[in-house]
Design a protein around this ligand. Structure first.
Ligand SMILES: NC(=O)C1=CN([C@@H]2O[C@H](COP(=O)(O)OP(=O)(O)OC[C@H]3O[C@@H](n4cnc5c(N)ncnc54)[C@H](OP(=O)(O)O)[C@@H]3O)[C@@H](O)[C@H]2O)C=CC1
Ligand SMILES: CC(=O)C(C)=O
Length: 317
């Protein structure tokens, strides 16, 4: 079995560079998918409270630990604090819910899922009568201080950010006594995130690439929209390496040190995606894939446009 390379974080811990995404993985399918992934060699599972399937992911994790296939310490489990739980008094409770669902007594990594806070104490997507999301004015800087307390209490080993732009990361760094280890953001050949990647590197923050395959099953995808994996230039490159297009775009990320978390509930694809550690893209081909960038977001979070902390509205990166 391939031993997964790791990336060393600014707190000295090592995150496996490759993991399994679980957004949109149906509760009836995700338990088997996570079990298959662990059998194949995955040791990193990317979860979130808002995915509504942490309980079923937890079933797989506990089954594999009970079976003796892995020990808890062999696994890297990430979860994320949802937008309605940013208020400082709600953070620990939300984290404890994820721990309970996932059947673990600590998380390896807990992320603030988005910088925008939503109105607390109700629906996960609170809306007014016109269907607009109801915002909260909690500042993510105050939320961060609660994540730091969770580290001190031993509930999480590492803490980080997701969907934060440069200015927002700088605001966190200005107050942090524990630095974020990671910023998890959308990243693939159409959105290579070079500027954010360089900025994060300069601050000792690792990038995790979400939607690395272009999220073809995102709920708002239109049938006639071009799919990243069908891009003829990528298809040609894949032929050259005798690999699939998915394998080439995943290899692109790990080869430049970006942690990558493709989602699949299909056993053959879970195995295919993992099978990227036996080839190397040439320097020219890495540059060529990098040149496909068009700053295209498949997950633009348009529902929260107008929020003062929306990360993609006012700043370049
Ligand atoms: N922090 C954040 O805000 C966000 C985090 N994420 C995280 O990142 C993960 C990955 O992103 P996601 O948006 O799910 O999209 P991905 O880019 O990982 O694409 C997933 C889709 O690709 C299909 N697929 C998987 N492998 C292959 C393959 N080898 N060939 C062809 N198709 C394939 C899957 O199908 P099937 O399952 O049917 O096999 C599924 O439809 C999420 O699941 C989540 O964990 C994602 C978005 C936002
Ligand atoms: C998938 C996800 O994490 C979103 C849309 O927040």
């Amino acid at each position: 079995m391939v031993k997964l390379p790791g990336v060393v974080l600014n707190n000295g811990l090592q995150i496996p560079i490759f993991g399994l995404g679980t957004w949109k993985s149906q509760p009836g399918q995700v338990t088997q998918a996570v079990k298959d992934a662990i059998d194949i060699g995955y040791r990193h599972i990317d979860c979130a409270f808002i995915y509504g399937n942490e309980n079923e992911v937890g079933e797989a994790i506990s089954a594999k630990i009970e079976e003796g296939k892995v020990k808890r310490e062999d696994l890297w489990i990430t979860s994320k604090l949802w937008n309605t739980f940013h208020r400082p008094d709600l953070v620990e409770g939300a984290l404890r819910k994820s721990l309970k669902n996932l059947r673990v007594d600590y998380l390896d990594l807990y992320l603030i899922h988005w910088p925008m806070a939503y109105k607390e104490d109700g629906e996960l997507f609170p809306k007014d009568e016109q269907g607009n999301i109801l915002f909260s004015n909690v500042d993510y800087v105050d939320t961060w201080k609660e994540l730091e307390k969770a580290v001190q209490k031993g509930l999480v080993k590492s803490i980080g950010l997701s969907n934060f732009n440069r200015k927002q990361i700088e605001r966190i760094l200005n107050v942090a006594t524990i630095k974020p280890v990671i910023n998890q953001v959308e990243c693939h050949p159409y959105l290579t995130q070079d500027k954010l990647l360089n900025f994060c590197k300069s601050k000792g923050i690792v990038i995790t690439a979400y939607s690395p395959l272009g999220s073809p099953d995102r709920p708002w995808a239109k049938a006639d929209e071009p799919k990243l994996l069908d891009d003829p230039k990528l298809v040609n490159l894949a032929k050259k390496y005798n690999k699939s297009t998915a394998q080439v775009v995943l290899r692109f990320q790990v080869q430049r040190g970006v942690v990558t978390i493709p989602k699949s509930v299909t056993k053959s694809r879970i195995a295919e995606n993992f099978n990227i550690f036996d080839f190397e893209l040439s320097k020219e081909d890495l540059e060529c894939i990098g040149s496909f960038n068009v700053n295209q977001r498949f997950v633009p979070m348009t529902a929260a446009l107008g929020h003062p902390h929306h990360p993609f509205e006012n700043d370049e990166y």
